[in-house]
Design a protein around this ligand. Structure first.
Ligand code: FES
Ligand code: FE2
Length: 388
């Protein structure tokens, strides 16, 4: 984030604190409770936002060295991503060209050759078929035509993007919209991967996104945890195309008032949370970054999973390795054990059929934007609003 923007965000938060205000959407949003439970809607979303939409699958630190690989299978395509000797990130369908078995089953590791567990056809990390056992018995095949199916892939500002369709269009600057320049400044590429977690929850995937979209709940739901560190119901909020950035207000902002602006760093007094359409949250702490990827379980409206990846600033890891490595546990105790428990309860409320709509307050603009945006992407009527 450019320094002038950091100052603007901190000033916005201080101003809200001084006036007792918060960001204001101007209206109340009214969302149909069936948006979270409707199987037809879930089927549409699965295709439009997952099977056929560009995906962030991780950060550069997930492929730290030539020979690293990761796999994923969350959006309808088994995926194998590699970094080859040339340093390039590539993505392939993780599907053997003999009889379709998933080629690599480990979630991550170091390997330059992938041997199929079924009959041992072997591929290198450029996707080429380099070995067919008993080739004289199998019969002649044109190895050059039987490489792994390569998918559009781009590594930009430390994020790994993939299109799940081989002929899909991947325009990452377009997807980042106004955040393209801002992401350049965070130096995500230097982050070190320190852990992963998965939260499987009986709730619609959009409820997981919603929980990252406001701080109105901090003083109740997180009274003994986040509310000790953050001022609840105070945030700075900015929209970048289909994406947005929220800056949560950290209580240590008070100490910044006596510092010259030239020494301000936004993460001293704010906690930026970026939402990237359709399913990504990037949480930026002083020393650690948490990437959250939210997926429905196929087209099931009632189940979702969140893949959470943790990254550390190398200098923080060197100074406080134990503290940095404790972040996944602390994150789970808040997001999994507090937010997602409440969100799963909302899902049961939606499922009850007794409440026909939920409300998004004027102080929850991220929820307005997210629901309005995804509805627009599906060609649905706009989010209903009521004057407040
Ligand atoms: S399915 Fe992979 S070698 Fe046969
Ligand atoms: Fe929360």
């Amino acid at each position: 984030m450019r320094h002038e923007e950091q100052v603007r965000v901190i000033r916005t938060l201080m101003d809200h604190l001084d006036r007792g205000t918060n960001v204001d959407a101007g209206v109340i949003g009214k969302v149909d409770a069936r948006d979270y439970t409707c199987p037809e809607r879930a089927a549409l979303e699965w295709i439009a936002f997952f099977k056929e939409h560009p995906q962030v699958i991780g950060m550069s630190g997930d492929l730290p060295t030539p020979g690293s690989f990761i796999t994923a299978n969350d959006f309808g395509v088994p995926l194998l991503a590699t970094r080859a000797a040339d340093g390039r990130f590539r993505a392939f369908a993780n599907v053997c060209r003999h009889r379709g078995t998933v080629l690599e089953n480990a979630p991550r590791g170091e390997r330059t050759r992938f041997v199929c567990p079924f009959h041992a056809w072997t591929f290198d990390n450029l996707g080429a078929l380099i070995g067919v056992p008993k080739a004289d018995h199998f019969g002649e095949v044109d190895k050059a035509c039987l490489g792994l199916i390569e998918l559009p892939a781009e590594e930009r500002h430390g994020l790994l993007w993939v299109h799940p369709k081989a002929d899909g269009k991947l325009d990452v600057p377009g997807l980042l919209a106004g955040l393209d320049h801002e992401f350049e400044t965070w130096d995500f590429a230097s982050l070190v991967h320190v852990g992963d977690d998965t939260y499987e929850t009986a709730m619609n995937w959009k409820l997981a996104i919603d929980t990252f979209g406001e701080t109105y709940h901090f003083e109740k739901l997180h009274r003994d945890t986040l509310a000790q560190v953050f001022y609840g119901n105070v945030q700075a909020y900015d929209i970048y195309g289909r994406n947005h950035r929220m800056a949560l207000c950290v209580r240590s902002i008070d100490q910044m008032r006596s510092m010259p602006e030239s020494e301000w760093n936004v993460t001293m007094g704010a906690f930026p949370v970026y939402y990237l359409f359709p399913n990504i949250q990037i949480n930026i702490g002083l020393n650690a970054v948490m990437l959250v990827r939210v997926y429905p379980e196929n087209d099931d409206p009632d189940r979702s999973l969140s893949r959470v990846s943790f990254y550390a600033r190398p200098e923080a890891l060197a100074i406080d390795p134990a503290g940095t490595r404790g972040v996944p546990q602390r994150f789970a105790e808040i997001i999994r054990d507090e937010d997602y428990v409440a969100a799963a309860a909302s899902h049961r409320g939606a499922r009850s059929g007794l409440v026909d709509h939920f409300l998004f307050g004027r102080n929850e603009p991220a929820l307005h934007h997210y629901h309005a945006t995804y509805r627009q992407a599906l060609g649905l009527p706009p989010l209903e609003t009521v004057k407040a």
